[in-house]
Ligand binder design. Structure first.
Ligand code: FAD
Ligand code: FES
Ligand code: FES
Length: 486
């Protein structure tokens, strides 16, 4: 196929001869002459480039999702509906409720962030699940504003959140994403069956996979790389599925972080807490479970918590699937257990028994939209007498890979779950890790934080085995209406 086809602001467009690594942002501004979508950082941090894309990935009806157009490669919107700020005003001149609310709340000064803020509020207008104050913060946390201050912006968002007007913006499911596109010596393929995927790999064994592209696109926008062959995994429905059995959950590698957030809220609270502090909503809508694990970053947020929950990686090749314990999926710094021709298909996460204590912690310089300095996924089971029968203590940011603290675990096993055994485990951490110093934290700081996270875990789970996010924990401000509802 020599062309791309997608719906932009209500009109289907066909494009040829654009490099597959053209970002949607550059396309909007340079090719279409739509300058409303702004460029701030070109790395997913500021939200100035936010647009809305209709997605139908999880079960349920299609939804508008706010995403960073600076990280979205044009072939990633194949078959989809995209809306930019230019399309919000009605033909009769009426403002969209999000624009009206922001103007009335005086939520704009220089206006540079405003189109991005409006597009995040656009998503909020059609969301039916903005039922807690922290969710409103989360909706806006990917939009930086240097001059107005966030209070009026948040007030405006609160006015329209969940309004769900019946208007011309009904989100429509994407057409087929099936794509074989080549231009400027670059190739971008989105197979929709595994056979097509493995055929493509036979023809192009040097092709790279791309999930949501939130890591890979940075190579293009920051290092000006031009990967010649990309295979998007977004068209493979089995990778986007989440299944439950009485024993475990199977979470597809293509499940987005925001889908994981919704799924884990009731089922896997310790994972949910980690995901809450993962990037911003725009990143969570594109970033995938598989992409996070396959970057094999020592400070990736999912690995420590998933390891602590006893998860395994399901690896798929042409011959079928094999399963490895997730802790064995990271053999060395930035390396995975995948062989050439294999991809990560899913993670299997056992259900957490009522007898278990499980929690996760992320320590970063900022609470939101920041990378971990140290993170931990901690899991302990005890018998009827309160003696520890199983301990999985996994840390990120403490070694070249996400790693279990085997000496600390040994110090807990067979001991009563109490302050003395926790202190023994905290002391044993020095045998497990020799952390490095970098701009995020010194080795001494990291060692102390890791020990204190263990102590905090004990404190938090002394009485309640499954700690939840404290009520209102993550909301920066609450309006009088929210307080009276809480
Ligand atoms: C602004 C910003 C904030 C971020 N915040 C966080 C954060 O708080 N915590 C955090 O952990 N990360 C964060 N990230 C990193 C990134 O968003 C996540 O790691 C995300 O989950 C990556 O998923 P993806 O699908 O976008 O990966 P992609 O960029 O699509 O892929 C990443 C790598 O994985 C490979 N890959 C992808 N899927 C598969 C698969 N199924 N099988 C084999 N290989 C595969 C690709 O080839 C590529 O090498 C942030 C990134 C940005 C830009
Ligand atoms: S330009 Fe800053 S997030 Fe895209
Ligand atoms: S109004 Fe100036 S950056 Fe937000």
């Amino acid at each position: 196929m020599d062309h791309l086809r997608f719906n932009l602001n209500g009109t289907w467009v066909t494009e040829r001869n654009l490099a597959p690594t053209t970002t949607l942002l550059r396309y909007l501004r340079d090719v279409k002459g739509l300058p409303g979508t702004k460029e701030g950082c070109a790395e997913g941090d500021c939200g100035a480039c936010t647009v809305a894309v209709a997605e139908a990935r999880a079960a349920g009806s299609p939804q508008w999702r706010a995403v960073n157009s600076c990280l979205l490669l044009l072939p990633m919107v194949q078959g989809k509906h995209v809306v930019t700020v230019e399309a919000l005003r009605a033909p009769d001149g009426a403002w969209h409720p999000a624009q009206e609310a922001l103007a009335r709340a005086l939520g704009s000064q220089c206006g540079y962030c405003t189109p991005g803020v409006v597009m995040s509020m656009f998503e909020a207008t059609y969301r039916e699940d903005l039922d807690q104050p922290w969710k409103l913060d989360d909706q806006l946390c990917g939009n930086l504003c240097r001059c107005t201050g966030y209070r009026p912006i948040r007030d405006a968002a609160q006015k329209i959140a969940g309004a769900c007007p019946s208007d011309r913006f009904a989100a429509r499911a994407p057409e087929s994403m099936d794509l074989h596109y080549q231009a400027h010596g670059q190739r971008f393929v989105t197979p929709v069956t595994f056979d097509a995927l493995f055929d493509e790999l036979v023809r192009h064994p040097d092709a790279r996979f791309v999930g949501g592209g939130t890591d890979l696109s940075l190579e293009i926008t920051k290092r000006f790389a031009a990967p010649p062959k990309l295979i998007s995994l977004e068209g493979l429905a089995p990778l986007r599925a989440v299944e439950e059995s009485p024993e475990l959950f199977r979470i597809g590698a293509g499940v987005t972080i925001s889908e994981l957030e919704a799924f884990s809220e009731q089922r896997l609270p310790s994972l949910h807490r980690m995901v809450r502090y993962f990037g911003a909503r725009q990143i969570k809508h594109r970033g995938t479970v598989g992409g996070n694990l396959c970057t094999a970053s020592p400070i990736g947020d999912l690995a420590p918590t998933l390891i602590s929950l006893g998860a395994s990686a399901v690896i798929r090749g042409r011959a079928g699937e094999r399963t490895v314990a997730l802790e064995a999926f990271f053999p060395a710094y930035r390396k995975t257990a995948l062989s050439p021709g294999e991809l990560l298909a899913a993670v299997l996460v056992p259900r957490v028994p009522a007898t278990a204590r499980a929690a996760s912690y992320k320590v970063s310089k900022r609470r939101e939209l920041d990378i971990s300095t140290v993170s931990a996924g901690l899991y302990v089971e005890t018998d009827g007498k309160g003696v520890v029968t199983l301990a999985r203590l996994a840390f990120g940011g403490m070694a070249a890979t996400p790693k279990r603290a085997s000496s600390a675990e040994a110090a807990l096993l067979g001991q009563p779950w109490g302050e003395a055994s926790i202190e023994a485990a905290a002391a044993a951490l020095v045998k497990d890790f020799t952390p490095l110093s970098d701009h995020r934290g010194s080795k001494e700081y990291r060692a102390r934080v890791a020990a204190n996270l263990l102590r905090g875990f004990f404190d938090e789970t002394k009485e309640v085995k499954q700690p939840r996010l404290a009520r209102g924990h993550a909301a920066t401000v609450q309006s009088a209406a929210e307080v009276s509802r809480a």
